[in-house]
Design a protein around this ligand. Structure first.
Ligand code: COA
Length: 172
């Protein structure tokens, strides 16, 4: 753990923001790996104003909480946030925003967000983790579509999330 100028231990706090509609095994991969980089990880379940999520904010927070419960060991908090992700990170005392990268398409969008966030809050760095190859094909859109069409989502999400999808879409 790094130390402050007065020699006190400094807690490295990271924020991992996302819509999590729903949380997938891809998110879980990034969360597990981010835990080795920070002392405390705050998973921010946010609002992307250009998306109309299938699940409510409360439902998404509950699904993420259930998915990370076994991992936690006191290092993870799951919180909803509204407004700018940099403001949320500042409120949480975080110096790092963690994002996952799957493809070149992700890169363009993420580079823009990281640049804008850096301009708004220069003290906060965005750190990118490359998604594990086994999770490259996963996206919320695909998972929702497979579930809507009655397909098996178990390769992509936890059993708890699969059950929530079935319940939400009336396929239970
Ligand atoms: N593996 C697999 N899939 C992944 C993944 C991973 N590691 N990481 C993300 N995804 C998928 C998600 O399932 C989602 O799929 P979908 O769009 O098909 O549903 C997609 O990638 C992107 O989702 P997400 O990571 O949730 O990001 P987002 O682009 O929806 O952004 C916020 C969400 C909350 C981080 C962003 O909108 C935000 O910061 N909002 C606050 C306002 C703000 O500050 N805006 C930025 C100003 S510069």
């Amino acid at each position: 753990m790094p130390a402050t100028a007065r020699g006190e231990a400094m807690t490295r706090i990271g924020v991992y923001p996302g819509t999590f509609d729903p949380p997938t095994k891809g998110h879980r991969d990034i969360i597990e790996r981010a835990l080795s980089l920070v002392d405390r990880l705050v998973i921010g379940v946010g609002v992307n104003t250009s998306k109309a999520p299938l699940f409510t904010l409360d439902e998404r927070v509950a699904m993420v909480q259930a998915d990370v419960a076994a991992l936690s060991g006191g290092k993870i908090a799951v919180k909803p946030f509204k407004g700018l992700v940099v403001r949320f990170a500042e409120e949480e005392g975080a110096r790092v925003i963690v994002r996952g990268l799957r493809s070149v398409t992700d890169f363009d969008y993420e580079a823009q967000m990281a640049a804008a966030n850096g301009r708004m809050s220069p003290g906060i760095e965005t750190v990118f983790l490359f998604a594990d190859p086994s999770t490259l094909a996963i996206s919320g859109t695909l998972v929702r579509e497979i579930a809507r069409l009655g397909g098996d989502v178990s390769p992509f999400v936890s059993p708890a999330v699969a059950a929530k999808l079935a319940q939400k879409l009336g396929k239970a």
